[in-house]
Design a protein around this ligand. Structure first.
Ligand code: PHE
Length: 340
C-alpha cells in the first residue's frame, strides 16, 4: 500500500486527482481502512505494533499528499500567470487623433496674430444680403464692377457672399450705431464665387478680412500691418510691395506682393522669376463706404485688406492643387496631424 500510494501521489498531475487520492488513502473506505479492519484477526500482542505501523504509513502518505499539493498549486498558479501575461513590448493599436484642417490652422494662426495686435474676431452670415455684400461696398446694382465677382444669387436681394467685405460693411454699421469707434476687427469666413474648379480656383474658399477705422489711420499703417503679417506668416526675412490696383470699396487700392523665398531666378517654380508673389488686395476704406455705414468720413479714415486663406496655406505648405483642401483625402489631411 505504501509503495503504491507514494507512486500514485508522485505521478498525480492535478489537484482534483490528488483530492481523490486523499479520500482513497485517508478516508473511511480505502485500502488502509481495510487493513485496519483486519487487525482484529491478529494476536493481541502484535496489534499495537501493527497499528503503529499503519498509522505511520498513513501519516507518511498524508505528508506526501500535502507536499504534492503545494507543488501542484504553485504549478497551477504559474500556468495561470503565464496564460494571462500581457506582452507590453508588443505594438499597441494607436488611437486615431483627429486634427485641425490645414485651412483652419492657417485661419487660426492669422486670427491669433491679429488678436495679439488688439483686434477682435467678427463673423457674419454666408447667405448675405446684396446690401452688405455689394451696395454698402460701393458697388451699386447694375454697376459693371459686379462682374469682377461672379455671384451665386439666391434671389434679387440675397446671395452667397462673394467676399468677407460683407462682414466689414456690417461691422462698420454696428460700430457706428453703437458709437464705438475706433474699429479693429479681423473677419474670417467662407465665400463663394461662380468659378469652375481647377488647381487654383474653387467655387468656395476662405477669406480673412482686416479692418481698422479710427482718427488718422494712414496708408503707412496698412503697410506696416501687412509687413508684420507677411513676416509672421512666411518668415522674418520677407518684404512686401504695394502695386496700384482697383476695388470699388477702397481708395487708393493696392495689390500686395510678398518677396519670394524660394527664388532661384528665372526658373523659380513659385514666382516664375519675378521675385514676388501676390498675396492679397487692400486699400484705404472708400469715404462712401464709411458714410453709407453712418461714419463721418471727414473725422475718420481706415484701411482694409482681404487675404485668401487657401492661397496662404498653399504657399506656406507647398500645396499645388487647391482641390486638396476640399476632397477630404485622409492621406493629405493626416500630414497636418501633429500626433502622427
Ligand atoms: N474683397 C476683395 C476681394 O475679394 C479683397 C479686398 C478686401 C480688397 C478689402 C480691399 C480691401 O477680392
Amino acid at each position: 500500500i505504501k509503495e503504491e500510494g507514494l507512486k500514485q501521489i508522485e505521478a498525480c498531475e492535478d489537484l482534483a486527482q490528488l483530492q481523490n487520492l486523499r479520500v482513497l488513502y485517508l478516508g473511511k473506505k480505502g485500502p488502509i481502512q481495510e487493513v485496519m479492519k483486519s487487525m482484529k484477526d491478529l494476536p493481541k500482542e502484535e496489534r499495537p505494533a501493527f497499528g503503529q505501523q499503519v498509522n505511520e504509513i498513513k501519516s507518511l502518505l498524508a505528508g506526501k499528499i500535502e507536499e504534492r499539493k503545494a507543488v501542484l498549486e504553485v504549478k497551477e498558479m504559474e500556468e495561470k500567470i503565464a496564460s494571462e501575461k500581457i506582452d507590453i513590448t508588443l505594438d499597441g493599436q494607436k488611437p486615431n487623433f483627429g486634427n485641425l484642417h490645414p485651412l483652419m490652422l492657417v485661419q487660426q494662426e492669422m486670427e491669433d496674430l491679429f488678436i495679439g495686435l488688439g483686434y477682435t474676431v467678427a463673423e457674419g452670415p454666408e447667405v448675405e444680403m446684396d446690401l452688405y455684400n455689394f451696395e454698402r461696398a460701393n458697388i451699386p446694382k447694375d454697376h459693371p464692377a459686379r462682374d469682377m465677382q461672379d455671384t451665386f444669387y439666391i434671389n434679387a436681394e440675397e446671395l452667397l457672399r462673394t467676399h468677407t467685405t460683407a462682414i466689414q460693411t456690417r461691422q462698420l454699421e454696428k460700430y457706428a450705431k453703437e458709437d464705438k469707434l475706433p474699429i479693429k476687427v479681423i473677419c474670417p469666413g467662407k465665400v463663394y464665387r461662380r468659378d469652375d474648379d481647377d488647381a487654383t480656383h474653387s467655387h468656395q474658399f476662405i477669406q480673412c478680412e482686416g479692418l481698422v477705422v479710427g482718427e488718422n489711420i494712414k496708408l503707412s499703417d496698412l503697410k506696416g500691418t501687412l509687413l508684420f503679417l507677411a513676416q509672421k506668416m512666411f518668415g522674418e526675412s520677407r518684404t512686401i510691395r504695394f502695386r496700384p490696383s482697383y476695388f470699388q470699396f477702397t481708395e487708393p487700392s493696392v495689390e500686395v506682393d510678398v518677396s519670394c523665398h524660394v527664388c532661384g531666378g528665372k526658373g523659380c517654380p513659385v514666382c516664375k522669376g519675378t521675385g514676388w508673389i501676390e498675396i492679397l488686395g487692400a486699400g484705404m476704406v472708400h469715404p462712401n463706404v464709411l458714410e453709407m455705414a453712418g461714419i463721418d468720413s471727414k473725422k475718420y479714415s481706415g484701411f482694409a485688406f482681404g487675404i485668401g486663406v487657401e492661397r496662404v496655406a498653399m504657399l506656406k505648405y507647398g500645396i499645388t492643387d487647391i482641390r486638396n483642401f476640399y476632397t477630404n483625402d485622409l492621406r493629405f489631411l493626416k500630414t497636418f496631424n501633429r500626433f502622427e
